[in-house]
Design a protein around this ligand. Structure first.
Ligand code: BGC
Length: 438
């Protein structure tokens, strides 16, 4: 066995998530849920949403704002009842201009500037006449004190905008709407994107019990059948990206130490799209440092120089020559003369890193199922939105396989489905469940 091959064998052992490990992660995830729900120390925040599932009969034309990362989406949605939703209009705005003229996600920008920008974009989509409820998906951990009162605990996903942590996000948006003369738009609800994803799927599928985002960030929520606050059903945002019952490799530790918030979001930093390319880069960097790649490149040392789109390209390449892998190594790192086994190594590393992500996420979902239906006696839908789930080659399949590895025959009762645009449509549904009249 040559050295490169030995390295890959060791790496495979470090990144593998065999069934027994998935089982023990699922069990400790369930324990962390129980602890978090009863106010005991837990890496799961278990944040109440003050929202339960929709009936599918909610109706109306509603504005939805979906802010979860470096882009904001504004949607104008029609809920037609009978589980039918239509997007009448939608716009997508980067919060960070490619040319560098503005960046509302940087610490040099203030929350007021950020919310003003968002309100300006709402003004572009909402009709000037009429009265419109608004639902706001805000995909960061928030203490929720009511359906429309959410206080940002801390930014995640490397966002740094000043003056928003500790603030009531609902109020900040309300003030920005007033400044932008949008008095006919009435914010009703602030929800997490996982909640939105669950609501959008539950609007036409009453078996939906879990909502998750597998995208730039990672998190899941679920429908708690008997929440201590309401003594009834309520969606709980677990902030499962912060789950810490998993082992870190040395690459994960390096990534975490160099991140904006070391120690936080352990699962997210192992499993989400924001970080997968960086883990792959760190592993390849080590290969280069150890002389496994004759060609070393300075650009390989640049953090986050393998964006998720390029990771997708690597995984999609099933050709014998791995030309696409070679093109990515060339464009990202200027490494243009890699041989066949080195290209194969890059492909294998990408596969191992993404497969670990899918299996860890599947283990956490199993933990939720064990909490809400220990005997797995009925059907459950897990609604998922996010680019990793939708676009990363093989990711959705890996998730499904991991669920059947861990649940065996019972996996037939579990449907994992894409809740396309769920985080935005869900905000409209949340607003409709609350909106009475003005
Ligand atoms: C946030 C969650 C969010 C997830 C997916 C995480 O970084 O903490 O609130 O649901 O990203 O967007």
């Amino acid at each position: 066995m040559d050295n490169l091959h030995k390295f890959l064998v060791v790496l495979e052992g470090q990144l593998a998530v065999p069934c027994r490990l998935m089982n023990s992660i699922a069990a400790s995830f369930r324990q962390a849920m129980l602890a978090g729900l009863s106010g005991k120390p837990s890496s799961l925040k278990m944040l109440p949403s003050f929202i339960s599932c929709p009936t599918g009969r909610e109706q109306g034309k509603i504005v939805a704002v979906d802010f979860g990362g470096t882009n904001v989406r504004v949607l104008f949605v029609e809920l037609a009842g009978k589980g039918k939703t239509y997007i009448i209009d939608r716009r997508f705005f980067p919060l960070k201009d490619r040319l560098g003229t503005y960046d509302y996600t940087a610490s040099s920008a203030s929350g007021i500037e950020l919310l003003n920008f968002i309100a300006g974009k709402i003004a572009e989509i909402v009709p000037p006449d009429g009265v419109y409820p608004l639902g706001h998906t805000f995909s960061f951990p928030c203490h929720q004190y009511g359906v429309n009162e959410a206080v940002l605990i801390s930014w995640t996903k490397e966002i740094k905008t000043a003056g928003v942590e500790g603030q009531n996000v609902g109020q900040l948006l309300q003030q920005a709407l007033a400044r932008n003369k949008l008095g006919h738009v009435f914010p009703q609800a602030v929800i997490n994107d996982t909640t939105g994803t669950l609501l959008a799927a539950a609007y036409n599928d009453a078996d939906t019990m879990i909502g998750a985002i597998c995208g730039t960030g990672h998190n899941s929520c679920y429908l708690e059948p008997c929440h201590p606050i309401s003594n009834g059903p309520m969606i709980v945002n677990m902030e499962s990206g912060n789950f810490d019952g998993i082992m870190q490799t040395k690459y994960d530790i390096i990534l975490d130490q160099a991140s904006e918030k070391p120690g936080a979001q352990r699962l997210e930093k192992i499993a989400s799209g924001q970080y997968l390319g960086e883990i792959v880069r760190l592993i390849i960097s080590e290969l280069a440092t150890n002389g496994h790649f004759l060609e070393t490149a300075d650009r390989l040392r640049v953090p986050y120089s393998l964006p998720t789109e390029n990771l997708s390209t690597i995984l999609a390449d099933s050709s014998a020559e791995l030309d696409e892998v070679s093109a990515v190594a060339g464009s990202c790192w200027g490494m243009r003369n890699l041989n066949a086994s080195q290209l194969k190594a890059i492909h294998t590393i990408a596969r191992l890193v993404t497969s670990r992500s899918a299996r860890l996420v599947a283990a956490t979902w199993t933990g939720v199922l064990w909490k809400i239906d220990p005997a797995l006696s009925r059907r459950h839908t897990i609604a998922v939105d996010g680019s990793l789930y939708e676009k990363m080659p093989g990711y959705a399949e890996q998730l499904a396989k991991a669920m059947s590895d861990i649940l065996g025959e019972k996996a037939k009762l579990v449907t994992i489905r894409l809740s396309k645009d769920g985080s935005g449509i869900g905000a409209a549904i949340a607003a409709a469940t609350v909106f009475k009249s003005v």
